[in-house]
Write a new protein. Structure first.
Length: 100
């Protein structure tokens, strides 16, 4: 059952997390490439579309409400943005029970 996003979450290895989620994502989100950036963020790529998200946007992208700054960045990312919005967010594991 979905719950409100009230936890403190930080995505430490976005590429590794995306690889674990990949089998569960619908196409074309499953075809997105992810690589880390120097500032703990991540660069997402699908075809010619590319977007770089800072660390503070990653938890919302993967587990929360895609709105505000994150939504604006995805809106400008063409098919990549649409693919990510279609496949994400995923339910957040219960705090204290799971480490992903």
């Amino acid at each position: 059952e979905p719950t409100d996003f009230w936890r403190t979450v930080k995505v430490l290895r976005p590429g590794a997390l995306f690889e674990k989620l990949r089998p569960h994502l619908p196409a074309p989100a499953a075809h997105v490439e992810v690589e880390p950036t120097d500032a703990e963020g991540a660069r997402f790529r699908l075809g010619d579309d590319e977007i770089e998200l800072p660390a503070e946007c990653l938890a919302r992208l993967f587990f929360g409400d895609i709105s505000g700054e994150t939504a604006q960045m995805l809106d400008g990312a063409g098919e990549l943005g649409a693919a990510l919005e279609h496949g994400l967010p995923v339910p957040l594991p219960r705090y204290g029970y799971n480490y992903t």
